[in-house]
Design a protein around this ligand. Structure first.
Ligand SMILES: [Zn+2]
Length: 79
């Protein structure tokens, strides 16, 4: 069963979300500490989920300012 980790962008709390229902939407998640719905998904070392369709996380580099670059990790969610 897929477990995803999230980090709250409001208070910084790390929390996990177990998707019991594969149709559950990410936007139904809220921070257990501050009820914020702004968060980022974190890669779980123990639950590095390969989607059933074989999708894998994509690491892309993009420019985010003069002389700097940012790494963006796109992790496929449950279909
Ligand atoms: Zn929070």
């Amino acid at each position: 069963m897929p477990i995803f980790e999230f980090r709250c962008l409001q208070c910084g709390k790390l929390f996990e979300k177990l998707f019991l229902n594969p149709n559950e939407k990410v936007d139904q998640i809220e921070c257990p500490a501050c009820k914020s719905t702004t968060f980022e998904r974190v890669i779980s070392r123990t639950n590095y989920v390969m989607g059933k369709s074989g999708k894998k996380p994509q690491l892309t580099t993009r420019s985010c300012g003069p002389g700097t670059s940012c790494m963006t990790l796109d992790i496929p969610g449950p279909d």
